[in-house]
Design a protein around this ligand. Structure first.
Ligand code: TMP
Length: 242
């Protein structure tokens, strides 16, 4: 086995160089963190589950014309991706009020938003990934005004596709976080992962506000049965097509 150089180790993934400078290898770990790593733990099998779900979703989105960094999935925990320069923004799309939106605005959990809300957070652990205004984002030159427009448009298109996809799985897509990168031609492409770590997913067959949770909120809020919820998402996702 070739031992590749480790480029970066994050909270949930490790990034390796490969023989090809345009290709990187991402290894999905079982480690889980929440609240800017104040809570740490492990979700058994999460790495492989998130790798499989992300790979499938990236392929589905690519088939619908969304440019993504996904190349292939050489093994259970590994994804080969195109090398990009990550834009230091977390682009969050919300369809239903939950999490920090409820905490910071007083909106009631489960309020269906009249239209999807797109928010930009500064990807900066030292600062605790703060919510940005558009003007602060531009002030810090984290993206150009044209890129902000494009990110907003792409995020809303992806939301439409993913919402439809999860609907077909009997799952409501409450909200999710995306990351984008710039390729060598300065084109924005979808990067990182799309998984129960980065989405809120509610089982439509369950009405109870705790039982319906199929995502990392089970870990964040100590709701139990974390592994089985992730497994259940994977089983449904892998069977479905957009
Ligand atoms: P929030 O309600 O905590 O702001 O989270 C919004 C969405 O973003 C939710 O689906 C979880 C996801 N998310 C991440 O993927 N990474 C993070 O660090 C945070 C805080 C949220």
């Amino acid at each position: 086995m070739t031992i590749y150089q480790k480029l970066y180790e994050g909270k949930a993934k490790i990034l390796y160089a490969t023989d090809d400078p345009d290709v990187l290898l991402t290894y999905f770990k079982d480690d889980a963190t929440a609240f800017n790593a104040q809570k740490k733990g492990s979700i058994q099998g999460k790495g492989a589950v998130n790798c499989a779900i992300s790979s499938h979703l990236f392929q589905q989105l690519a088939a619908r014309g969304v440019p993504t960094h996904f190349i292939d999935q050489p093994s259970a925990n590994e994804m080969r991706v195109r090398a990009v320069t990550i834009v230091p923004l977390e682009v969050v799309v919300r369809n239903i009020a939950a999490g920090s939106l409820c905490r910071e605005t007083g909106l009631e959990l489960g309020t269906v938003l009249k239209r999807p809300l797109v928010e930009f957070y500064y990807k900066n652990d030292g600062l605790g990934d703060p919510l940005l205004t558009r003007d602060r984002l531009l002030l810090l030159e984290l993206a150009t005004p044209e890129q902000v427009e494009q990110l907003q448009t792409m995020a809303l298109q992806i939301n439409q596709m993913l919402s439809e996809f999860f609907e077909g799985c009997g799952i409501t897509l409450v909200d999710f976080k995306l990351e984008f990168g710039l390729d060598r031609n300065q084109q924005l492409i979808l990067a990182d992962e799309i998984s129960p770590d980065t989405c809120r997913l509610w089982n439509q067959a369950e009405k109870d506000p705790q039982r319906r949770v199929m995502d990392k909120d089970r870990f964040r809020l100590d709701l139990g049965n974390v592994e089985s919820a992730y497994q259940q998402v994977m089983e449904r996702v892998l069977k479905a097509k957009l």
